[in-house]
Design a protein. Structure first.
Length: 500
């Protein structure tokens, strides 16, 4: 059965395999192919009316070749398309698991909720230049209540909303615009993050706070030797030395301890498998220890065990070498590991073994285990630790902040600190350059008191005649004064003589 629609522009048909179903059929221009769509109508007249509606709708959704126009694509599908691109990058090792998880959380969370539920948008064509003009206000006042995180939702910080906008810009710049879904960036509100909000990882001053932490970790680790489970002693000594090296080398936690990430990798038959991939971690052959001669302020020389760490897996993707005064810590940790492994029946260490791995599993300890140990230390010293310039608490990243701050306080060149830490120069200046102001406080506050006014000897060339005239007058006044003095002296002498 076949019926013409709108003067032959389309048809409704029935096929033998489905005799009770009406199907909309439209010839794709320039080809012998048809676009098909099943109709819901049960009789011919209803099917004809529905077919007319389908034809009119398809004029804005189909390209000439019969493919769907990009602007008619559902927004949720386009969001998922970008997530698939990110998953491919993570599988290829171009981004980490944390970056992928952040993209999914921000785009498929608050941004999706804003577009589909709050703004009630359905298609790419609904995206306008001013679509996001009220996003910040919505996110700060209502959006956080829609959060699907575990536990009770809480109001978000401006820094969280700023990350939302960063992922939104990434979606536009690297997916929507290059693929032709939209042709320009939308207008986004600018969020200025106050400096006090950047102190998420406040630096730990050497005295008194780091001294307190150092002493606590020493006692805590040594107490582990009396624990009946030898794994406890090993873990405590490992965490202690991890902290000592982090504070004095400025490394990121993942660069030292490593992390197991799950990646979705394609197979030959087109399916995907989940594989575990190790990211980061420092091996024994990545560390070189040498004795070096240092000199105290008094001029006395002394020996120091220096270490150079070769960081292979970095956040920027560029390996770097970090020379630091941590040689003694590596020597002591290696001696402990050798003795502990021998005592507990483990094979001797090899140069390719990882320094901070779990000896029982041969894998990194979980990041949660590190943070739990750090939080326990911070709780034990809660009444003694007091971060400077911040209401934030010390974090494991505070050890990295401390290293950078200490380097700048000692007058190290900012470009050298950039190379040692792998930070961008912008981040260094934003977070740590305040130390330079503190160091130069004496220079900034210096003043000159009871300063004598200097005799102005400048000559104004515009009034040169007046200057000469005044000079001549001054000379005449001086001459008159001298003459008067001599005359007065003579009169006085004459008076004395006449008296005699």
């Amino acid at each position: 059965m076949r019926h013409s629609v709108l003067g032959g522009r389309a048809q409704i048909v029935k096929f033998d395999r489905q005799p009770d179903v009406f199907v909309y059929r439209q010839l794709i221009k320039g080809s012998k192919s048809y676009y098909h769509q099943q109709l819901s109508a049960l009789d011919v007249n209803s099917a004809l009316r529905e077919a007319e509606d389908v034809f009119l709708r398809l004029q804005s959704e189909l390209e000439v070749d019969g493919t769907k126009k990009l602007s008619s694509m559902p927004l949720e599908d386009v969001l998922k398309g970008w997530i698939r691109v990110k998953e491919g990058k993570q599988s290829a090792g171009l981004i980490g698991e944390d970056a992928l998880r952040g993209c999914v959380a921000h785009l498929m969370g608050s941004i999706k909720e804003y577009l589909l539920t709050y703004k009630k948008l359905n298609k790419v064509a609904d995206l306008k230049k001013d679509t996001y003009m009220d996003y910040v206000n919505w996110r700060m006042t209502e959006g956080w209540k829609k959060s699907n995180v575990s536990g009770k939702p809480s109001p978000v910080k401006e820094s969280t909303v700023k990350r939302d906008l960063t992922h939104l810009k990434d979606w536009y710049q690297n997916y929507l615009i290059p693929r032709g879904y939209v042709d320009s960036m939308p207008t986004l509100e600018r969020i200025v993050i106050r400096q006090d909000q950047l102190d998420a990882n406040p630096p730990i001053p050497l005295s008194p706070d780091w001294t307190l932490i150092h002493n606590y970790l020493k006692t805590w680790a040594e107490d582990g030797a009396s624990h009946p489970n030898p794994r406890v002693e090993y873990w405590r000594q490992l965490f202690r030395h991890f902290c000592l090296i982090s504070y004095n080398a400025g490394t990121r936690p993942k660069e030292l301890v490593g992390k197991i990430e799950k990646q979705r990798q394609p197979t030959a038959d087109g399916s995907y498998v989940i594989k575990e991939v190790l990211k980061g971690g420092l091996r024994w052959d990545d560390v070189t220890v040498e004795m070096a001669t240092h000199k105290a302020e008094s001029g006395k020389e002394f020996e120091v065990a220096e270490a150079t760490l070769h960081i292979r897996y970095t956040k920027t993707g560029v390996p770097r070498d970090v020379p630091c005064n941590t040689g003694a810590f590596f020597i002591r940790w290696r001696e402990f590991c050798n003795e502990w492994r021998k005592r507990n029946g483990f094979s001797p260490l090899k140069s390719t073994d990882y320094i901070f791995f779990n000896p029982n599993s041969g894998k990194p300890y979980t990041y949660t285990q590190f943070t739990n140990a750090w939080n326990a230390m911070r709780t034990a010293l809660a009444d003694k630790l007091s971060p400077i310039r911040s209401e934030q608490k010390y974090t494991m990243y505070s050890m990295r902040s401390s290293y950078i701050t200490n380097q700048i306080d000692e007058g190290k060149d900012v470009y050298l600190v950039k190379q040692l830490t792998g930070h961008s120069l912008e981040i260094l200046v934003r977070h740590y350059d305040r130390s330079n102001v503190k160091r130069r406080s004496a220079e900034a506050t210096a003043r000159s008191y009871a300063k004598q006014k200097k005799n102005d000897k400048s000559i104004d060339l515009e009034s040169l005649g007046e200057v000469v005239s005044k000079s001549q007058q001054q000379q005449r006044v001086t001459a008159i004064s001298d003459t008067n003095k001599r005359a007065a002296a003579r009169c006085k002498a004459g008076s004395k003589l006449s008296t005699k």
